[in-house]
Design a binder for this molecule. Structure first.
Ligand SMILES: [Zn+2]
Length: 295
């Protein structure tokens, strides 16, 4: 059965038509142009869907990957950096213009299901998909389906408390995981230690050529990062005990997470024997649109 997925991003809207085996039959993208407002975004999504429906009739519902959390009561977006989408009846507005049902999920859940169906964690029953980028999010897939949870917050490990009275988080709490291991928090910590403003990829790339003073800071920074990553992910394993974990987002490109990072996770898990595989994602930025097709 062919499927359609739409990834609604801040800068682009992407649509994909997949066949039964997950092969791409058609893939199109248009700019979001969010400055043109909500109605224009809905029109763009609808015309993308119609183009794909013209190529192949779809019987199943169409999935949309959204930037931001969706309220389970109202099915409206609660928070998003594309602010014109917040609180709007996106699902009804699109359904009223096409002859199909819509299913919406946030990007972490779409990432998890995409990697479980087509990416790094094919064949694993319980998959925890992690996004560590500007923020820290997560999604749980059980037997090929997204597990949303009663309040649709399942997998939101980014706001577990790592340190009571720790860093202030935008969510109102203190010491959330996100305030320690997201890209911006890692950069902020580097500045606190060294006084330098540096992008994460430069901190990593230049690690081998630091002066001995700077190297001391780097080792401290790296040790804290690995410790925080290990404790945070081990807490998830203790609760969910997934069959596999897959990492996505910009921070997931750091190689030491897959050796020292995994070691730190295993050291913090409540079990003598731990062998949970932790993979790097395979789909990269395409996870949103593929995941949407599998909702
Ligand atoms: Zn928080």
């Amino acid at each position: 059965m062919n499927k359609i997925g739409i990834d609604l991003g801040g800068t682009k809207i992407e649509g994909i038509l997949l066949d039964d085996f997950g092969n791409t039959l058609e893939r199109n993208r248009v700019p979001t142009n969010r400055e043109n407002g909500y109605e224009s975004i809905i029109e763009r999504i609808v015309s993308l869907i119609k183009e794909l429906q013209n190529i192949s009739k779809i019987n199943s519902s169409i999935g949309i990957c959204t930037p931001g959390a969706i309220s389970p009561q109202t099915e409206r977006i609660k928070n998003s950096n594309t602010v014109c989408l917040i609180g709007k009846p996106i699902k009804e507005d699109i359904e009223s213009k096409i002859d199909c049902k819509i299913k919406m999920e946030n990007d972490a859940n779409c990432f998890a299901i995409a990697e479980a169906k087509l990416g790094a964690t094919i064949g694993y029953n319980v998959v925890f998909g992690v996004i560590i980028g500007t923020g820290v999010g997560g999604g749980i897939v059980i037997n090929g389906k997204v597990h949303q949870g009663r309040m649709a917050i399942a997998g939101e490990w980014g706001h577990h408390t790592l340190y009571p009275n720790g860093n202030q988080c935008y969510c109102g709490n203190k010491g959330c995981v996100e305030t320690y291991i997201s890209g911006p928090s890692l950069e902020k910590r580097w500045t606190e230690l060294t006084g330098e403003i540096k992008l994460l990829q430069h901190i990593i790339a230049e690690a081998g050529q630091l002066s001995s003073d700077k190297e001391k800071f780097y080792l401290k920074w790296k040790k804290e990062f690995i410790t925080n990553f290990g404790i945070a992910l081990a807490n998830v394993i203790d609760i969910l005990d997934p069959d596999a974990i897959v990492l996505g987002g910009g921070v997931s490109n750091i190689d030491f997470l897959y050796n020292k990072g995994i070691e730190s996770v295993y050291n913090n898990v409540f079990s003598e024997q731990v062998d949970t595989p932790i993979f790097k994602n395979k789909l990269g930025d395409s996870a949103g649109v593929f995941g949407a097709a599998y909702l």
